[in-house]
Design a binder for this molecule. Structure first.
Ligand code: C2E
Ligand code: MG
Ligand code: MG
Ligand code: MG
Length: 274
């Protein structure tokens, strides 16, 4: 009996594996089609100062209008695009959408807004990315520093010298580098002062802990950032209590549902004017 139970578990596992692989293959095909078919839309979430709430920039977060599955969240396809390598093309497509939006907002009189775009650390393994970002700034006549990048530490560390070279190649455009999800990776702190980054984003899992008590980890991140002269954005602020604690600790910038969820471009513009 134990044996047959084992067998049916194996069969169950195989079926689950097969449908997972099928799902991935479908997404891979659909992604290709989706880029050509312009199915991706950027939503924008404000990043604001904690002292007196003022929007300083928007983070662009991609959504996929899938012809069959409806609106799909990035967690459902970014990891797959990473594993197939399509992330390079997808991120470039997204960067173009972001640049177009910035230039569109400028035409509507919003001149001083900045945007951060999430990109895969894979871009930091090839010098081509420098040229790509320069061309983008050029084509859309982006003001210095208006488009910035968010990256996670994984993938950067293996290639620290090359990553540093690439970041140094785009910082003359005013492009600032935000280190996303900080504290959740396998960070050896040693690389932090070697990488030419500008901003740390405290992961929302740490901010969540602030709902009940002060967090020694957040204190440590803030003091680390201070000594390295980095700015800090706390992500995932959902309650006034979290906001107050972060502000009291000297965190300058925040982001989260308390102020706004990510929203389509029209709503983001209205939010800015409100
Ligand atoms: P991330 O860059 O760390 O983005 C923060 C995520 O937290 C976003 O989820 C955002 O909607 C969500 N969030 C913001 N405020 C709150 C809050 O107060 N509470 C909670 N619970 N969540 C909050 P989203 O949009 O689903 O994006 C998930 C991840 O997908 C992003 O994490 C980023 O790593 C990736 N991603 C999103 N857009 C892109 C993109 O255009 N390119 C690439 N390569 N990755 C992207
Ligand atoms: Mg991000
Ligand atoms: Mg994050
Ligand atoms: Mg994240």
């Amino acid at each position: 009996e134990a044996k047959s139970a084992g067998r049916s578990q194996v069969r169950y596992f195989n079926n689950a594996m097969r449908s997972k692989l099928k799902h991935q293959a479908d997404i891979e095909n659909d992604l290709q089609h989706g880029i050509l078919n312009d199915e991706f839309e950027l939503f924008y979430q404000p990043i604001f100062t904690l002292n007196q709430p003022k929007v300083v920039s928007f983070e662009a977060l991609v959504r996929w209008h899938h012809p069959k599955n409806g609106l799909v969240a990035p967690d459902q396809f970014i990891p797959i695009a990473e594993s197939t390598g399509q992330i390079i093309e997808l991120d470039r497509h997204i960067l173009t959408l972001a640049a177009k939006q910035l230039s569109n907002w400028r035409q509507q009189g919003v001149s001083d807004i900045k945007m951060t775009v999430n990109v895969s650390s894979r871009h930091f393994a090839s010098l081509e990315f420098i040229e790509y970002i320069h061309a983008l700034y050029d084509e859309y006549k982006l003001p210095s520093g208006s488009l910035c990048l968010e990256i996670t530490e994984s993938g950067l560390i293996e290639n620290l010298n090359l990553a540093t070279k690439i970041i140094n190649g785009i910082t003359p455009l005013g492009v600032q580098l935000y280190l996303d999800d900080f504290g959740t990776g396998y960070s050896a702190l040693g690389y932090l002062h070697q990488l030419p980054i500008h901003v740390l984003k405290i992961d929302k899992s740490f901010v969540e802990q602030l709902s009940t008590k002060d967090s020694p980890l957040i204190d440590a991140i803030l003091s680390l950032a201070k000594s390295l002269q980095l700015k800090v954005v706390a992500e995932g602020i959902e309650t006034p209590k979290q906001w107050a604690r972060l502000k009291r600790k000297g965190c300058q910038l925040g982001q989260g549902y308390l102020v706004s969820r990510p929203m389509p471009s029209q709503k983001a513009l209205a939010f800015l004017h409100a």
